[in-house]
Each structure stands twice: as structure tokens, then as C-alpha cells.
Design a protein around this ligand. Structure first.
Ligand code: ACO
Length: 401
């Protein structure tokens, strides 16, 4: 590795690396990925072990604090998060300003950003305790905001968080509960959602986390930083892929159309890509995709759902993995390939899929923001460019142009 920052300034040396394929913008002790071996560790713990044995809230604690909590620490964290789940009543004024058919991610960008207008007076970025409190508020309130966005879009009144429930259960109640009927949730629903949240919680310097860090590098308010992360996540090349996968599977519609979809994705002229395939870092199976595929079968079996889209997905995976185009480019299913089928079985609307991702990734965003604020080497993010415009030229008045 060459540390460009340490080269004498007069060398005028900088790298041209569009997409930052080989540029480390920071040092981080949070998440490790070996893309060739398909390894993902949070704070040193393999994702498979966390997926099997941990919970999302415990993982959020781990990402933020660097160590797994003991029972007392976890109970205190859980209690503190539960204590901060409520939204100020005035948030509803923001919500009411959105068009009824706005995409929930559009609402999320605005609503999470609006937190900066509520908590600025109590936030001193120099104070570690206040920074920690901002992180807790985000982990606690983003699910409340997400459920409120969903209910607003279907014309339902916002539901209070039930703080006697666990994190994921509480969220599902805020999404789906109606006053007259107790919500009967099959245990597999909370288990599957908790698993998806664990798998999506962090992924080192992905586009949205890098965005949070770039905005954070300017000293901006943390809620504004995370709102920027939500915006970056929305795109179909990143978190929006889960929504795009389900749309693609529905368009393919039947296993008999799978081969023509694979052929279309190989044709560059078509502009069509297999959504949920490929990854900037994994050039092997995304370890999260393996875990999700297993959970997908479990959820459909336990809920008794027979979703033909699962057959299309499995056939698509099989066809792509046999195809030279995908093999040579090391394009494997990524975390988003099967997650949409699980969300659909849990009756989460398609346009909410990326919002689910945002709830989970909030844990990673705040962990990175906290790490950055404490990093003595952190500087304002300020990439350079290769200038391709005009040389110096003279201004010409409008009458002579
Ligand atoms: N379908 C068909 N071809 C693909 C696909 C795909 N899904 N992904 C990459 N390729 C091809 C490219 O056309 C390119 O081919 P070439 O070498 O002949 O020009 C080659 O594979 C490399 O692709 P790049 O776009 O250069 O790879 P990059 O690392 O920049 O992109 C990305 C990674 C954005 C994930 C890409 O694979 C993609 O668009 N996938 C579909 C969207 C998706 O699933 N996104 C979710 C990512 S995971 C996440 O954010 C949680």
C-alpha cells in the first residue's frame, strides 16, 4: 500500500480511481471482508456465527462498541434504545407534507434528515456521550419513522412503538397492527427479519457508508450524515437492488423465460443486468446470500407460502452459474437476490424493501460515524479530479456570442 497523503506535496501525485476500486479512504476496525474467499467478519466474528446465535440489537451494540455485551450491558442498551423509539409529535407535520404516493425512501431521506432539526441543541460533537446518544436515537427512531412512512402511504394512522416488545417485533407491530385486532405473528417472521437485519447491518466502505463518512468528515450533524446515507442506499446499484430483484423476477414470471433473461443480461446493448448478481468486493459467493437462501426456504415452508418467484430465482441462479459470461466475471448472487422473496412472504410491500435495508444499515452507519469522530487521522473528504475541460480562455459578451 502507498500512503499518498504521506508523499511530499510537490510530487503532485494522485491516483485516478473512478469508483474507488482500489482506494482506501480510511482505517476501520469494524468490518472485514475477503471478497475472494467469501468471508465477512463484524468486529472479528464470522457472519455465519452471528446469524445463527446473535440478535440484531446485540450486533448493533457490537458494531458500535467493538465487543459483544454481557447480559447487564445488553439489557441497559436494549432499555435505552426502547426509551428513544418515540417520535416527536411534530414529525407528523413533515410526514403530512409528502404526497400520498411518494416512495418511502424519499420520505425516509426527509424524515431522517429532519431529526437534525429536533436534536441540534443537545448535540455537542466534542462530547463522546452526546455522540453515543445520537447513535442510539438513530437506531431507536429509524424503525419508528420507517413504519410511519409505510402507514402514511396506505392512509393508516401512525402507531405508537410498543416498548415491551423486542426490537424487530416492535417494528412489525408498528407496521401492521390495527387497534381492533391483536397482531398474530408467526415466530418465523421476527426470526427471519432479525436475521436479515443482522446480515445487512454493516459492509465496510460501501457507497452509503462512504457517503455517511464523507458528510461526517465535514463535521455535519449526524442525522444529516445518516440521511445522506439513506439517499445513497436508495439507488438500484446498491440497496435498491432488493426491490429491483423482485420486479425482475416478476417480469421473468416463469422458469421457461429464465434462459432468455440470462441471454439478455449478457447482451450489453440491452442495458439489462441480472439484479441481485455481482458485487464490487465479492468475487465468490456472497456469504450473506447463502444464509438468506436457506432462510428463504424455511420462511416459505413455515408460512406455507408457495411462491413461484422462488422457483424462478433458483432456476436463474442455476442458469447463471453455469454460464461462461457470469463464471468468467465472477458474478454470483449477492445479499439482495433472495431477501425480497422473504420480505414478500412477510407481507412487506415491495417499495419498503430498501427501507428495511436502511433500518439495518443504520447500525453500521452510526458505528462508522462514531469511529470517524474519534479518529485522530480523519480529515475532510476531498477527492481530486483529472480535469478534462478547456484551457484558459477569454470571456465573450453576450452580443458577440
Ligand atoms: N448482470 C450482468 N452483467 C453484469 C452484472 C449483472 N448483474 N454485474 C456486473 N456485470 C458485468 C459488467 O457488465 C462488466 O462486464 P464487462 O467486464 O464485460 O464490461 C463486469 O460484469 C464487471 O461489472 P462492473 O459494473 O464493472 O462491476 P462493479 O464492481 O462496478 O459493479 C455491481 C458491482 C454494481 C453490484 C454490479 O455487479 C451490478 O450492477 N449488479 C446488479 C445490481 C445489484 O445487485 N446491486 C446490489 C449490490 S449488493 C448491495 O449493494 C447490498
Amino acid at each position: 500500500c502507498i500512503d499518498i497523503a504521506k508523499l511530499p506535496k510537490e510530487t503532485g501525485c494522485f491516483t485516478y480511481d473512478p469508483g474507488f476500486t482500489a482506494t482506501a479512504a480510511c482505517k476501520s476496525a469494524i468490518t472485514y471482508i475477503d471478497g475472494d474467499a467469501g468471508v465477512l467478519l463484524y468486529r472479528g466474528y464470522p457472519i455465519e456465527q452471528l446469524a445463527n446465535q446473535s440478535s440484531f440489537l446485540e450486533v448493533a451494540y457490537l458494531l458500535m462498541n467493538g465487543e459483544l455485551p454481557n447480559k447487564t450491558q445488553f439489557d441497559a442498551f436494549d432499555h435505552e434504545v426502547a426509551h428513544h423509539t418515540m417520535m416527536h409529535e411534530a414529525f407528523k407535520n413533515f410526514l403530512g407534507g409528502f404526497r400520498h404516493d411518494a416512495h418511502p425512501m424519499a420520505m425516509m431521506v426527509g424524515m431522517v434528515g429532519s431529526m437534525a432539526s429536533f436534536y441540534h441543541n443537545t448535540l455537542d460533537l466534542e462530547d463522546p456521550e452526546q455522540r453515543r446518544l445520537a447513535a442510539i436515537r438513530l437506531i431507536a427512531k429509524v424503525p419508528t419513522i420507517a413504519a410511519a412512512c409505510h402507514r402514511y402511504s396506505i392512509g393508516w394512522p401512525v402507531r405508537f412503538p410498543r416498548n415491551n416488545l423486542e426490537y424487530v417485533d416492535r417494528f412489525l407491530h408498528m407496521m401492521f397492527e390495527v387497534p381492533s385486532e391483536p397482531l398474530e405473528l408467526p415466530p418465523v417472521a421476527a426470526k427471519a427479519l432479525d436475521l436479515l437485519f443482522i446480515l445487512h447491518a454493516d459492509h465496510e466502505q460501501n457507497a452509503s457508508t462512504s457517503t455517511v463518512r464523507l458528510v461526517g468528515s465535514t463535521g455535519a450533524n449526524p442525522y444529516a450524515c445518516v440521511a445522506a446515507g439513506v439517499a445513497a442506499l436508495w439507488g438500484p446499484a446498491h440497496g435498491g437492488a432488493n426491490e429491483a430483484v423482485l420486479k425482475m423476477l416478476a417480469e421473468i414470471g416463469d422458469v421457461k423465460n429464465v434462459q432468455s433473461a440470462v441471454d439478455k443480461a449478457k447482451d450489453k446493448e440491452s442495458g439489462f443486468r441480472l439484479m441481485g448478481f455481482g458485487h464490487r468486493v465479492y468475487k465468490n459467493f456472497d456469504p450473506r446470500a447463502k444464509i438468506i437462501r436457506e432462510m428463504c426456504h424455511q420462511v416459505l415452508n413455515e408460512l406455507g407460502v408457495n411462491d413461484p418467484l422462488l422457483d424462478v430465482a433458483m432456476k436463474l441462479e442455476e442458469a447463471a452459474l453455469k454460464d461462461d459470461y457470469f463464471v468468467q466475471r465472477k458474478l454470483y448472487p449477492n445479499v439482495d437476490f433472495y431477501s425480497g422473496i422473504i420480505y414478500k412472504a412477510l407481507k412487506i410491500p415491495t417499495e419498503m424493501f430498501t427501507v428495511m435495508f436502511a433500518i439495518a444499515r443504520t447500525a453500521g452507519w452510526v458505528a462508522h460515524w462514531l469511529e470517524q469522530q474519534e479518529d485522530p487521522e480523519a480529515k475532510i473528504g476531498r477527492p481530486r479530479q483529472i480535469y478534462t475541460g478547456y484551457d484558459k480562455r477569454e470571456y465573450v459578451g453576450v452580443d458577440k456570442r
